[in-house]
Each structure stands twice: as structure tokens, then as C-alpha cells.
Design a protein around this ligand. Structure first.
Ligand code: UDP
Length: 331
């Protein structure tokens, strides 16, 4: 199946991997990104438009000039701590600008969207592994914006014919196995890239945030899912919508949990590097365990994740060494 896909936020981490997979499968890819968190060096596949989803006129022009079949939305801000300190920033971009995008789509007859949601919609879940019907109790503005958008999409789907697939990502990790693309957050707050910095000696140690959680080794457990497994789910999502199926939402995770200590040990084993590990206080707002039940995506989309934790660390390591050798732009 081939169709025209607008990838808003296609210069970011997950968006760039999705673009590569779309392109390799013969889809026509149009990347739309304002480079606020994306990078030119991650735009390798498809046509590119420098643009902002907050700009209604520009969106209208894009939808008038290109016959877009499906939109993908990867342009939300994602830092939990920042969302607590500066919620305005999150409500303006993640909520207001997303509605702006939906408005432009509806007025221009574009009726299919794949939306990047998050496990953060569940907050501190009572039941783990988490299925899609677990109560939604996000505990920070970031998670709230994502859950609000899911509810808006549900209303728009019922009343305005905007069909959507919302994917609730667990911990996106790993990199393109060819070494062309990968994670490049500034500042970096995620565990795996920070551990890799310690393995490279760029960071003198890795801090473990909390060792008194009710888990087997006292550290938090997360479900790490390879970015290419997320990308393959998006391809399934397009097929699903193009086949006329109803709006839906899916968890995307591996269904296996790894503790912070287990991630550190895996990095040491895979890279062959040793580095100091510091045990510090808990980071506020971290649930002890987040593991997905992804049976729904498997059953209804025919999706199956392929990458295990070693593949995640190996591909991330390959990319990370390359990333850290790219000189930072001089100002
Ligand atoms: N974490 C840690 N040290 C770090 C960064 C993260 O111990 O320097 C822990 C964090 O407390 C959480 C897990 O690693 O339990 C994953 O954190 P990350 O920020 O990567 O993803 P999150 O699960 O918060 O989305």
C-alpha cells in the first residue's frame, strides 16, 4: 500500500525512524518540523518543509498543495520535569497547537491521524502489566496534555469523522540498526543515553534515582521498546486506517520490565566498559513499575516487537558514539 504521509515532527527521534521505514516501504513522506527539538541531520528520507503546527496558514497551504492521506503527530514536548515547571509551554504546544493541526486537517478534508501518546496517561497504575483500560490518571502536565488530546480525538472521531490511532509508547529506546539515526535530546534526561555517556567517559558516573522501590533490586522497572518496533507499529497503524477501520488506541511495549540496575549492567556487558554508579534520592513522580500489556496491538494490528534489550543497547551504543563525535554548532 502506498499513500502520502505528513510526518509532523519528522526530524525528531521517533519521527525520523518512522520516516525511514515509511520510505523503505514505498510511502511518500513529507516531513514537517520547526527544528525546535528536531535536527537537520535526522531528516534523510522524504521531502522536507520547515514549519510549525502552530501556524494555521502554513498548515492550510501544505494541505492544499499536497494530497495528504494520513498525518502523524510527533511534535509534542516530552520532558516531565519541564512540564511541571512551565506548564504553559506544554499546554500551548501539546494541546493548542495540536488542536490547530486537527482544525486545519478537518477544514481541508484530511481525516486520518496517528497520534503519539504515552504510558504517562496511566500515572501511577494499580495493575501491572497495564492494559489499555487501566484508569487514566496522569500525574503531570505532560501526561495530562496527552490524555486530553486522546479525549479530544475521541470526540472528533465520533462527531467530525476524524479517524485516529493513538499509540501509548512505553520507554522508547535504541537506534536505527544501520547507525544513520538515533536519539539526540538536548538536554538529555533519559536513562539509556545517560548510561552510554558514562560508558564513553563523557559523564563521570550514572546516578540511580532511588534504591528503595518495591522491586526485586529496589530500582524502578520500565518496559523499553525499540524505536524501530515503534516505527513498524506506525506502518500497521496506517494500514489499519487506510483499510477504513475505526478509531482506536494501543499500548506499545515489549511486555518485559528491566530495572535501572539491570540496564546499567546490560550496558556494561554490551559495551565492555566499566564506570562508576552513584545511588541518589528518588526522582519525584517516578512510578515503581511500568510494564505494558500489548496484546491488543498484536491482535488487532498484527504487530510484533522484534528487538530485545541487548539489541536496544547495541544499536543505541553504535549511534551514541557517532552522535558524540558530531561537533556542536558554534554560536
Ligand atoms: N533514571 C535514573 N538515572 C538517570 C535517569 C533516569 O535512575 O540519570 C531512572 C528514572 O528514575 C526511571 C528510569 O531510569 O526510573 C527511566 O527513566 P527515563 O527518564 O529514561 O524514562 P521515564 O520512565 O521517566 O519516561
Amino acid at each position: 500500500m502506498s499513500c502520502n504521509v505528513l510526518v509532523a515532527g519528522g526530524a525528531g527521534y521517533i519521527g525520523s525512524h518512522v520516516c525511514k521505514m515509511l520510505y523503505s516501504k514505498g510511502y511518500n513522506v513529507l516531513v514537517f518540523d520547526n527544528f525546535s527539538h528536531g535536527y537537520e541531520f535526522l531528516v534523510k528520507y522524504g521531502k522536507f518543509i520547515l514549519g510549525d503546527i502552530g501556524d494555521r496558514k502554513q498548515l492550510d497551504l501544505v494541505f492544499k498543495n499536497y494530497k495528504i492521506d494520513v498525518v502523524m503527530h510527533f511534535c509534542a514536548y516530552i520532558e516531565v520535569g519541564e512540564s511541571v515547571q512551565n506548564p504553559r509551554k506544554y499546554y500551548v504546544n501539546n494541546l493548542y497547537n495540536a488542536i490547530n493541526l486537527f482544525e486545519s486537517m478537518l477544514d481541508n478534508g484530511v481525516d486520518k491521524i496517528i497520534f503519539s501518546s504515552t504510558a504517562a496517561v496511566y500515572g501511577m497504575p494499580e495493575n501491572v502489566p497495564i492494559d489499555e483500560e487501566e484508569p487514566k490518571n496522569p500525574i503531570n502536565p505532560y501526561g495530562r496534555t496527552k490524555w486530553m488530546i486522546e479525549q479530544i480525538l475521541s470526540d472528533y472521531s465520533n462527531s467530525h469523522g476524524l479517524r485516529y490511532v493513538a499509540f501509548r509508547y512505553f520507554n522508547a529506546a535504541g537506534a536505527d540498526p544501520d547507525g544513520e539515526l538515533g536519539e539526540a535530546h538536548e538536554p538529555e534526561t533519559h536513562l539509556i543515553p545517560l548510561v552510554l555517556d558514562a560508558a564513553m567517559g563523557i559523564r563521570k558516573s550514572i546516578k540511580v534515582f532511588g534504591t528503595d522501590y518495591p522491586t526485586h533490586d529496589g530500582t524502578c522497572i520500565r518496559d523499553y521498546i525499540h524505536v524501530n518496533d515503534l516505527a513498524s507499529a506506525h506502518i500497521k497503524g496506517i494500514e489499519y486506517l487506510m483499510n477504513g477501520k475505526k478509531s482506536n488506541y494501543f499500548n506499545l511495549g515489549n511486555g518485559k520490565g528491566f530495572s535501572v540496575r539491570e540496564i546499567i549492567d546490560t550496558v556494561k556487558r554490551v559495551t565492555g566498559k566499566d564506570f562508576p554508579v552513584e545511588e541518589v534520592e528518588r526522582r519525584p513522580g517516578d512510578p515503581a513499575i511500568l510494564i505494558a500489556k500489548s496484546e491488543k496491538a498484536k491482535k488487532e494490528l498484527g504487530w510484533e516487537p522484534e528487538f530485545g534489550i541487548d539489541d536496544i543497547i547495541k544499536t543505541a551504543w553504535k549511534w551514541h558514539q557517532k552522535l558524540r563525535s558530531i561537533p556542536k554548532p558554534q554560536i
